[in-house]
Design a protein around this ligand. Structure first.
Ligand code: NAD
Length: 356
């Protein structure tokens, strides 16, 4: 069956880095006989300019009909004065909600050639490859009751951590499935020594784990996990955790790699569809200059191939090509050390294509 991808270039550097990812798709189609077709859609500021809406109905419909969506980034200072409900970020939140994306997968990979970019010692992080699976639609960010109210004459702020068993089971299965595609080790992070919601989390993850005897399951409390991530991050393969803990731990893990232009992400729904995007924004400060790093975008495409299209073989080829290009010494400005020669977006994209 022909794989169908919706491509959303978005704003800022989006179109520049998207063009490089599309060249990679072309090579996969031509050289590896990959049966794929893709169409373009509008999201964010570009959509607002063209239609008056940051998420046109046609974009959401096209997203729902695709096997996967590849998004660059949205936003920019031009839209700071737009009505709040028309801002580019609303488009992003809208498409995430509209596709029912409950699992956020954030790999933190540090290629040995870039180990000096990390804030940790190179020997602690060279070859780091951790995947954080964060629950995205539940927990304390959505739980009721919430609000600020007056109790006995004092103002109190209230939020509630709520997780149902099906919600935990669903994210646990996603994480076990992901672990099976990688190193087959899963660490579930919770605060089960203090929180009842975590107690249920741990019980449920253990129960689901019985269906995955090939995956080694361990547990850490979140305070320890945060410490371990900066002490010895290479001990982890896949981490699964709640919305709140995942928000924090995934940013710690991203920082270990030291380079925002290298990190992809995926958000998945129950039908296996996904939205794939770099973790960086639209970088308006460098938009149009031809210097943006396209590798996070190309690696987002690799995740799309692996998780939504089940083409791990092609994903491996793309990741290997990126690795080769870095080993060849190519650097965009964001990952270059001072004095190192740099290349632009186009040259980096073409080098990956060349290696493929
Ligand atoms: P940003 O990630 O766009 O940029 C932060 C810094 O990193 C900038 O100096 C930028 O030049 C650099 N950078 C980012 N991506 C790069 C790349 N691929 N290559 C080289 N350098 C890169 O974050 P910001 O400046 O805080 O936000 C800019 C806009 O992007 C805002 O409108 C914000 O709302 C939006 N944003 C969107 C997303 C998204 O679409 N998912 C995420 C974050 C921010």
């Amino acid at each position: 069956m022909t794989a169908k991808i919706l491509v959303l270039p978005g704003d800022g550097i989006g179109p520049e880095i998207t063009a490089q990812a599309e060249k990679v798709l072309e090579v996969l189609r031509a050289k590896y006989k990959f049966d794929v077709e893709w169409t373009h859609g509008l999201l964010g500021g570009a959509a607002y300019d063209a239609t008056g809406e940051p998420l046109p109905a046609a974009t959401l419909e096209a997203a729902r009909k695709s096997d996967a969506v590849l998004l660059a980034a949205v936003g920019g200072p031009k839209y700071d004065t737009a009505p709040r409900d028309k801002r580019p970020e609303r488009g992003l939140l809208g498409i995430r909600a509209g596709m029912g994306l409950y699992a956020n997968l954030r790999p933190a990979i540090l290629y040995p050639e870039l180990a000096a970019a990390s804030s940790l010692k190179p020997e602690l992080v060279a070859d780091l490859d951790v995947l954080i699976v964060r629950e995205l639609t539940g927990g304390i960010y959505f739980g009721q009751p919430r609000g600020i109210e007056v109790r006995d004459g004092v103002r109190v702020g209230i939020n509630t951590e709520v997780y149902s068993e099906p919600e935990i089971e669903r994210i646990a299965r996603t994480a076990f499935d992901a672990a099976q595609l990688r190193g087959k080790r899963l660490c579930s992070v919770d605060k089960a020594n203090v929180l009842e919601s975590s107690e249920l989390w741990r019980e449920t993850v253990i129960r689901v784990g019985r269906d995955y005897p090939d995956v080694q399951l361990t547990h850490q409390y979140v305070d320890n996990a945060a410490m371990q991530l900066v002490r010895a991050p290479k001990q982890f393969d896949v981490i699964v955790t709640s919305n709140l803990f995942g928000d924090i731990l995934s940013d710690i893990a991203a920082q270990l790699t030291g380079s925002i232009g290298m990190l992809p992400s995926a958000s998945l729904n129950e039908r296996g569809q996904g939205l794939y995007e770099p973790i960086h924004g639209s970088a308006p400060d460098i938009a149009g200059k031809g210097v943006a790093n396209p590798l996070a975008m190309i690696l987002s495409l690799a995740m799309l191939l692996r998780y939504s299209l089940k083409r791990g073989d092609l994903a491996d080829k793309v990741q290997k090509a990126v690795r080769h290009v870095l080993a060849d010494g190519l650097r965009t400005a964001d990952i270059a050390r001072s004095g190192e020669k740099t290349v632009g977006t186009l040259e980096m994209g073409e080098a990956v294509v060349g290696r493929l």
